[in-house]
Design a protein around this ligand. Structure first.
Ligand code: WTA
Length: 634
């Protein structure tokens, strides 16, 4: 029986089956893969501990299901098409057979350099095919990859290397992004000054930027693969062995390492890719994310390749050399499914329709959105001008922690509604709860979004700190996974995601913890205290607004703000730089010292009408002072 849902009644049937008989449902899908040893039971779970296992005692290697399994059927099909940052640079195309060989060759290179099963490998690379090859090579030999977005600073990189005690770092000399060449190897050098576990750094030559190569530590990629065999046995992995760690921001402390395991992640990313995008053999799929984020993991690399699809990777940015680049690439490769973030849509919308016009977008069958709520205006623009009114637009809600798409339309099969993620995929049991955790049944309800039953690709733990995982996701509401998002179910039973209800903000689809940004700001020697909130931003979705108490001696406001931005860029990365900084005499605090963020959010959103009850504040006058100097420019 096909794993692809074909009709609305098929969806309803599959959904019901997945709830009533989850083990049969997922067991059947998992049977489509090659297992080295069959599982004993489909699942075991306990959301209290939490302890979740899928395909218990099954043995498998995900790369055998991506590569070996496809060799004799679709070995000549393109697995990866790569478009460079510069439009003039030649396309790279790798068939499944070529990808198999390159992955095996690099697996052997890693083994020859001392990496084996269970070792952690950091991937800090540009969007080039070698990034995907590196991920798959890790998976082949059982090493655990942790991809770090190459825009993060040396400090952020070092934190991640140290947290997972990585043995190897894979990087490049530099990255091309738009008109810039970013010297990433230098960032790695800097990070390694505070790391002791890394034994080898393998460096891909990409930009030709001068780099320092330390003997015994640094090695060129082309030297590492020299003479390595083009086949490599796939390590036998338990279904619950770790596939990767991906660091993501939360409302407190440093980013945590979300852990995904092999078997369940494999089954779920494949199933959701196939269904949500209604992939058909021969389609060219393009997800514009970076492999540094979960979307790049699940829907550039694992999901599409497990399904035998052709996945397009793009090195550059949508506005270089001109803001028509996305549309030009869709035309050039006759892309069939296009998956991007609302922030990109909003940014490109501003350039008008003339720049789209010269391109033939008629190959598109499905368009998708991910990473943040898509507002109705952007939804309609995307649907009419890119999808030309006849491509289903799938608004896919999910998270790093969920591993794969959870709530989304199934393209062309289930109905869509602007700004609504819509309905849960088979196997997903979302519920909306009130503050006490009581389920809000029926329609027309609004509250916090939880998931009450396990799904195969859910996170298993946070690396090195299981208690943090339990506390963050499984303790707010007993017996449920708490997403951190607010949601409403409308009169038709469709789900709309309302955004984060915790201290996480979503800037251009990038998740950031306000506490993390505050900690970075506080590193500036002139900063006494800070508070960061999100505010609505036309293009980015949310912008970063920082309230800062400073010692102004010897500084002007302008240069201090510049220095603070630079401090944040150095500590986290340029993506975390505040959009607005307001120097304030004090912060609105309760008598117990808690900052009243509600007030700060209102001021940042230029919603100055009713500040609500401020009587519990230690110093109510501070609110007026903040309002008077608020940065209300849009
Ligand atoms: C938000 C990205 C509304 C949400 C895959 C979630 C969305 C966070 C959507 C996860 C969507 C993601 N509609 N909001 N379609 N998709 N989000 O971990 O707040 O980078 O909790 O995963 O992005 O971000 P993450």
């Amino acid at each position: 029986m096909s794993n692809k849902i074909q009709t609305l009644s098929g969806y309803i049937h599959e959904y019901q089956k997945s709830v009533l008989q989850p083990e049969e449902f997922w067991g059947r899908i998992a049977e489509s893969f090659h297992w080295k040893k069959h599982w004993d039971s489909v699942m075991e779970w306990d959301f209290e501990k939490p302890d979740v296992k899928w395909f218990v005692n099954g043995k498998v290697n995900i790369t055998e299901n991506i590569l070996d399994r496809h060799l004799f059927t679709i070995g000549d099909r393109k697995a990866i098409i790569w478009e460079a940052n510069e439009p003039g640079e030649a396309t790279v195309e790798l068939t499944y057979r070529e990808l198999y060989e390159k992955v095996c060759q690099f697996s052997n290179a890693m083994k020859a350099n001392g990496v084996g099963k269970g070792d952690r490998v950091i991937i800090y690379m540009p969007m080039v095919p070698e990034a995907a090859i590196a991920m798959l090579a890790c998976a082949r030999i059982g090493a655990i990859h942790s991809v770090v977005f190459a825009g993060f600073s040396a400090t952020s990189l070092a934190d991640r290397i140290n947290d997972c005690q990585a043995k190897m770092v894979l990087t490049s000399d530099g990255n091309f992004r738009g008109s810039k060449a970013i010297p990433v190897k230098a960032v790695v050098d800097d990070a390694l000054k505070s790391c002791t576990t890394v034994e080898k750094v393998i460096v891909l030559k990409r930009t030709g930027t001068d780099v320092s190569m330390k003997s015994g530590l640094d090695m060129w990629w082309h030297d590492a693969i020299e003479g390595q065999a083009l086949s490599c046995p796939a390590e036998v992995m338990d279904s619950e062995d770790v596939l990767y760690i991906l660091y993501t921001s939360g409302s407190t402390g440093k980013p945590k390492g979300v852990v995904h395991t092999v078997g369940g992640y494999m089954v779920y990313t494949y199933y959701t890719f196939l269904n949500v995008f209604q992939y058909t053999a021969g389609d060219v799929f393009w997800c514009t994310a970076d492999v540094g984020w979960v979307t790049g993991h699940s829907y550039i690399v694992y999901g599409p390749l497990l399904a035998g699809a052709t996945t397009l990777m793009f090195e550059g940015v949508p506005t270089y050399p001109k803001p028509n680049r996305f549309w030009q690439i869709i035309d050039k490769y006759k892309v069939n499914q296009f998956y991007t973030a609302p922030t990109a849509i909003r940014a490109l919308q501003a350039y008008g329709l003339d720049i789209i016009e010269p391109f033939d977008l008629s190959s598109l069958k499905v368009i998708g959105s991910v990473g943040e709520p898509i507002n109705e205006e952007a939804w309609h623009w995307y649907h009419s001008h890119i999808g030309k009114g006849n491509c289903p637009l799938v608004d896919t809600w999910w998270q790093t922690e969920t591993g794969g798409i959870m709530i989304s339309a199934i393209a062309g099969i289930t109905p869509t509604k602007p700004a609504f993620a819509s309905l849960p995929l088979p196997g997903i049991q979302p519920i909306i709860v009130d503050a006490e955790g009581k389920e809000l049944k029926g329609n027309n309800v609004e509250g916090n979004l939880c998931i009450k039953f396990p799904w195969p690709s859910m996170l298993r733990t946070t690396w090195g700190d299981h208690e943090r995982c339990r506390q963050t996701y499984f303790s707010t509401y007993k017996g449920m996974y708490f997403t951190g998002d607010g949601a409403k179910r409308d009169h038709d039973g469709y789900i709309r995601i309302l955004g984060r209800v915790d201290d996480v903000i979503n800037v251009s689809g990038h998740r950031m913890g306000t506490a993390e940004i505050e900690n970075a700001i506080n590193e500036h020697p002139k900063v006494i205290e800070s508070a960061v909130v999100g505010y609505p931003h036309d293009v980015k979705g949310q912008g970063i607004y920082a309230y800062v108490i400073c010692d102004m001696e010897g500084r002007t406001e302008a240069n201090l703000k510049d220095e603070i931005r630079l401090t944040v860029a150095n500590i986290i990365g340029p993506i975390a730089k505040p959009d607005k900084i307001q120097i304030v005499p004090g912060l609105p605090k309760t008598r117990s010292g808690k900052i009243m963020r509600r007030i700060l959010r209102k001021v940042a959103s230029n919603d100055l009408g009713n500040m609500g009850d401020t009587s519990t504040l230690l110093d109510p006058d501070v609110v007026q002072a903040i309002i008077e100097t608020a940065d209300t420019a849009s």
